[in-house]
Design a protein around this ligand. Structure first.
Ligand code: C5P
Length: 237
């Protein structure tokens, strides 16, 4: 059995015989509000692993370097070992979630241009919003890296917005994580899935039915697994 090196809320990372390669196991566990709400979503591990695999492969074809190597089982992915930059990089196209609470901009407003936000990955602090000065002070990333993260996040947004809209899904917002290879190269890491994106179904105007992502779990809207399955079916198109 591979040695477990880290267990997060939705994934477990295992070592492999090669120190440059890790194995990610996607769990069915779901958490929200900094793990104050806990549950399980049927087949989520397999669904998210399949969605993330598809999206990483797509982004690679568009020139975005990712940690993805191969899907080795329905809920397992081989990835390049990287040092994770402790920032959650959020891109927003439409006002929702914490952005509404922070800015007072009405929920559902189409933003004039995509907004990039950085949050410090720190559960004890509740992942606070960080300015570039905070990032420099805590030496989480260099100024050049912050510029690169922002550019990569915005180009990923361009590629994914088009990818999802071709599948009748609106990409409202999403969270990315990045890691550094030993060479200093920055790779897109972690996952992209309905756990980490807000996706709205363009094929219905019903505000509850539109929601195809973890907000169904956060807000107890029901049919969470069905929505995730539907996202996978469309991503595969
Ligand atoms: O909660 P908030 O509106 O800041 O979330 C923005 C986006 O980032 C959402 O798509 C949410 O699913 C994602 N996110 C995440 N992991 C977190 C916080 C937010 O995937 N810890």
């Amino acid at each position: 059995m591979n040695q477990k090196i880290y267990e997060g809320k939705a994934k477990i990372l295992y070592a492999t015989d090669d120190p440059e390669i890790l194995l990610t196991h996607f769990k069915d566990d779901a958490t929200a509000f900094n793990a104050q709400k806990k549950g399980q979503i049927r087949r989520k591990g397999e669904i998210n692993c399949a969605i993330a695999t598809h999206l990483f492969k797509f982004l690679e074809t568009q020139g975005i370097p990712t940690h993805f190597i191969a899907q080795t089982a329905p809920d397992r992915m081989q990835v390049t070992a990287v040092k994770i930059i402790p920032l959650e990089v959020v891109v927003r196209n439409i006002a929702a979630g914490s952005f509404v609470a922070r800015t007072g901009i009405e929920f559902g407003t189409l933003l004039k241009y995509p907004i990039v936000e950085f949050f410090y990955k720190n559960d004890n602090l509740g992942d606070p919003l960080f300015t570039e000065d905070h990032i420099q002070l805590l030496e989480l990333a260099t100024p050049a890296q912050v510029i690169q993260l922002r550019e990569m996040a915005l180009s990923i947004n361009n590629f994914l917005q088009k990818f999802f809209s071709d599948r009748h899904l609106t990409l409202v917002d999403f969270k990315l994580e990045f890691g550094c290879e030993r060479s200093g190269n920055i790779l897109l890491a972690d996952e992209i899935s309905p756990d980490t994106c807000r996706l709205w179904d363009d094929l219905t105007s019903d505000p509850n039915q539109k929601i195809m992502d973890k907000d169904r779990f956060r807000q107890d809207l029901g049919n969470v697994a069905t929505a995730y399955e539907e996202v996978l079916a469309r991503v595969k198109l």
